[in-house]
Design a protein around this ligand. Sequence first.
Ligand SMILES: C[S@@+](CC[C@H](N)C(=O)[O-])C[C@H]1O[C@@H](n2cnc3c(N)ncnc32)[C@H](O)[C@@H]1O
Ligand code: SF4
Length: 372
Amino acid sequence: MSGIYIHIPFCKKACIYCNFHFSLKNNFSEIIGCILTEIELNQKKISKNKISTIYFGGGTPSLIGTDQLKRILECLVKNNKLNPDCEITIEANPDDVTIKNIKSWKSIGFNRISLGIQTFDNEFLKVLNRAHNSKQGIAAIKNIKKEFRNFSIDLMFGIPGSTIKKLKYDLKMIKEYEPPHVSIYSLDVEKKTRLYNMVKGNKMKLPSNKLISDQFDLIFNEMDKMGYINYEISSFCKNGFESKHNSKYWSNEKYIGYGPGAHSYDKKFRYWNIKNNTEYVKKIREDIQVYEKEELTKTQKINEYIMTKMRTREGVCFKTLKDDMRLNLGLEKKKEIEFMKKVNIVREKNKNLILTNEGKKILDYVVEKLTI
Ligand SMILES: C[S@@+](CC[C@H](N)C(=O)[O-])C[C@H]1O[C@@H](n2cnc3c(N)ncnc32)[C@H](O)[C@@H]1O
Ligand code: SF4
């Protein structure tokens, strides 16, 4: 089963931490027209049978209006074989979530919403340069709940100025509104962002490692108490509400990405589309290749498997590595694994290697020790 990702590269405002591909211009129909052409041209020639998930991400898909979204969905239906129970997600920002929009998204086929709340703290929302306030965030959740059973909210922690008390408030709101899925990300300082420049220029101070570690603990404990399963390092869900689309990224399944900056993977090659909107339009119009690709080596495939699987609750399967990739990880990394078990950052479960909660705080270190 494959997934389809559609990248909508527009935003209302630039959040200070974000280095995803987006533009503040609103030449929506020009880009959407080219995304339709890209779907029809099928330059990458990845098989389009048995599509079980479609994910509209961004950028801000909720910004472009139902008519444009409908054009893309209709084009996808025409050019692919969709499973009848296909999960179809739209990423939405709270300031776009009106009852009217929610109803029309549902009417054109979306059955899941991923809502970018980030925090319920107005002061932080301002600092982050988000386009919504806390009241709009709460209203969006309440309205979504009227029409959608399956939805998710995104939160961030480790925001400059953050405290345990402030995080407790965000978690209290989860308890109150019970979204079936929550993604909680530790704020990353990405290069080429305003946040990066502010931190570098001492204009903004990041929370201490101790505070981040305490916030991790609070999240793991509280989410567990509320009945959420931490099925991937940043993803929590009530039973049966895992994101089917995102799970493809962690379980070596195919996905085809359309739109500027979108990535694709067909188990052999990794593809990435050009990130520049103007260049994308120009190339699509002339039917020139809009992507670059790389064939994965055996080592890259092994490392990719370790990197993605260590994020999940199933962890890395020694047997799969041995049978499918001819790597005896237990032997190859014996010293490293024994040490990491001793200091309680990994453990074995059902003959797989998984992260403990302490390990989840230092995933990059663990991956570095396990990859070849
Ligand atoms: C790229 S955004 C797109 C969704 C939507 N535009 C929004 O802002 O909610 C997807 C999610 O990535 C997370 N994210 C983006 N940049 C991040 C960063 N630097 N550190 C941690 N999380 C980040 C945010 O939680 C965001 O909701
Ligand atoms: S976080 Fe979302 S809304 Fe903010 S700039 Fe990035 S994609 Fe746009």
